[in-house]
Unconditional design. Structure first.
Length: 122
């Protein structure tokens, strides 16, 4: 599986709201930056995902405008626009922002090593 194929799988699996499906796609040495904080390692990243899934019921996450900035035999980086919508306290909410994902080829295949999601600048 290439970095691009892994990202396609990640975009599908994330909407199943089951971190055990995402875990094989993410490096044990990962670092994720979200607006809610910095999360280091699989357990912290799991906790962040599960907190979001508990807050936003029926969340649907999407990715568009993917731009692959660098790709080599060992690493790859892409930027994109992300969207989400779901229910918070029974009311429909939605948002958008920009993302960066970094991939590293590890002994058992490509993994996401870093993800950074943020709001668009004002």
């Amino acid at each position: 599986m290439s970095a691009r194929e892994l990202f396609e799988r990640y975009k599908t699996e994330i909407n199943l709201h089951d971190f055990t499906r995402l875990e094989p796609l993410i490096s044990a040495e990962c670092q994720f930056w979200f607006s809610s904080g910095t999360y280091q390692g699989l357990q912290e990243v799991r906790n962040a995902f599960e907190k979001t899934w508990n807050l936003i019921q029926e969340e649907v996450y999407g990715v568009t405008n993917v731009n692959w900035l660098a790709e080599s035999q060992a690493a790859a980086v892409c930027t994109y626009t992300f969207t989400w919508h779901g229910l918070i306290d029974g009311k429909r909410q939605e948002g958008t922002g920009r993302g960066t994902s970094c991939f590293r080829l590890e002994g058992d295949g490509w993994k996401i090593i870093h993800e950074h999601l943020s709001h668009f600048p004002k």
